[in-house]
Write a protein of this length. Structure first.
Length: 221
């Protein structure tokens, strides 16, 4: 699994993206967002496409899946599709370890069931500080900027049991609305690659639309 997806990328044309994702209809057909097909095996017993917090918790507590398997599935989708979408800048190297710890809690019966976001994969726009990942605002100049503590929003998400998968691309320094940065390149709209994903939180928007996580953060800067 890739430890990081950071690095400048050129914008991808429509033909190249559709070549990767195409079936007989568009892989990200807005009328059926779950109709995503790929040569990789991204369809485990619990289908993460269009999964919700409640459906994930039901699968966890009934034994249909494990937290480790769930997070692995999302990381597999990121690895498969982010090279074309340019939605994610970096991954949390501790995500699978955190998932395994939750599985141990579940197996021992000591899990805090009251945690509303237990094992829910979250992506953070890369202007939210995290102590364990760089916070770059999409800029090469801040590529090695690692804060000493989490932002309050991030603390609250972790306290609620969420697993931060990584950081998303954004319009550099959140200054415009098309989500292009010197660190991550141009984020591609997964439903229509010739249209902007919006911004400045377009990386998060594209990632959630492509089922690369369940929740994501954005900002109105």
């Amino acid at each position: 699994m890739l430890p990081s997806l950071r690095g400048p990328r050129a914008a991808l044309g429509q033909a190249a993206l559709l070549s990767l994702l195409s079936t007989t209809t568009s892989a990200f057909n807005p009328q059926d967002p779950a109709n995503l097909q790929t040569p990789l095996d991204l369809n485990p017993p619990f289908d993460i496409r269009e999964a919700t917090i409640s459906s994930i918790h039901n699968a966890l507590f009934t034994g249909l899946t494990t937290c480790h398997a769930l997070i692995s599935s999302y990381l597999a989708r990121i690895e498969a599709f982010n090279p074309s979408l340019h939605a994610i800048l970096s991954l949390n190297p501790h995500a699978l370890d955190l998932a395994s710890a939750i599985d141990l809690q579940l197996a021992s019966g000591n899990s805090s069931v009251s945690q509303p976001l237990l094992c829910i994969p979250v992506l953070l726009k890369d202007n939210f500080d995290t102590y364990d990942m760089p916070t770059t605002a999409g800029s090469l100049a801040l590529a090695n900027n690692t804060p000493s503590k989490d932002a309050p929003t991030v603390k609250a998400l972790r306290r609620a049991g969420a697993i931060v998968l990584g950081k998303t691309n954004l319009h550099e320094f959140a200054l415009e609305g098309i989500s292009v940065s010197s660190l991550g390149g141009q984020t591609i709209n997964p439903y229509h690659p010739t249209r902007t994903p919006g911004g400045s939180s377009g990386g998060t928007g594209a990632a959630i639309a492509a089922n690369l996580a369940v929740l994501g953060t954005g900002t109105d800067t």
